[in-house]
Design a protein around this ligand. Structure first.
Ligand code: ZN
Length: 239
């Protein structure tokens, strides 16, 4: 079955900064959307400044996996939309949170912690080590891959212990970071993936796109009957 992906991008840096515009003239969402389309997925883009941030109930109902990139304007995301996204995750929608999305309302809500971290913007080398070999999110990767110029994120990263830790990053400046973290909340799968600063062309890199594609496939809901709650009559085992 075709996976239906909605790529959510705050889409402000690209409109405000000439440097970012040069790297992502059509927005950071565009190379991700093109790649996922090339993987046979059905892709839609939604951005902060659209009505309901592009995330109407109808859109979310038709979304199997939502990806999230935000940075400047986390506070402008309405609580009503955060409630709506959370409810969809609990009901089985997958969520891929990218880079500075660590500070988004939806990620903090689902994690229950501050999601704070250390950072430094110095264009340094990042090496992402695969620490869950054989995990579906690592399909097609080697032992590690490198991003030549990255913003550093360092530990301690204030998240709950990941249910599966898929990547650990090492930075040339000496820090390390849990860069690929899997969770389940309700029936929904969540993957946090660190790469993707707006002033580096990271969302054009093969390995990064491959991980996002693998993560979307991993997080897509499985076919199942609706979950039943509430009173259960006696003797219903036989029925
Ligand atoms: Zn950044």
């Amino acid at each position: 079955m075709t996976i239906r992906v909605t790529i959510w991008n705050e889409y402000r840096h690209e409109k405000q900064s000439a440097k970012v515009q040069e790297i992502y003239p059509e927005g950071m969402h565009t190379p991700i959307a093109s790649y996922l389309q090339g993987q046979g997925m059905s892709v839609r883009v939604a951005t902060l400044d659209e009505p309901e941030h592009g995330l109407s109930t109808a859109v979310l109902d038709q979304t199997d996996v939502l990806t999230w990139w935000g940075h400047l304007a986390h506070g402008e995301v309405s609580d009503e939309i955060v409630d709506r996204v959370q409810a969809r995750v609990l009901a089985g929608m997958g969520l891929i949170v990218l880079h500075s999305g660590h500070f988004s309302k939806i990620f903090q809500r689902l994690m229950g912690t501050t999601c704070n971290l250390k950072w430094r913007e110095a264009g340094e080398l990042e090496r992402l080590w695969v620490v869950a070999p054989g995990h579906p999110i690592t399909e097609g990767l080697g032992e590690y891959f490198e991003i030549p110029q990255a913003e550093m994120y360092g530990e301690f990263f204030d998240i709950p212990q990941p249910e599966t830790l898929v990547f650990v990053s090492w930075f040339a400046g000496g820090e390390v970071f849990r860069s690929g973290c899997c969770y389940q909340r309700g029936q929904g799968r969540i993957f946090y993936f660190r790469p993707g600063h707006e002033t580096y062309p990271i969302y054009y890199q093969d390995e990064v796109l491959r991980v996002i594609g693998n993560a979307v496939k991993w997080a897509a809901p499985v076919a199942r009957p609706p979950v039943q709650f509430g009173h259960r009559p006696q003797g219903s085992m036989s029925g």
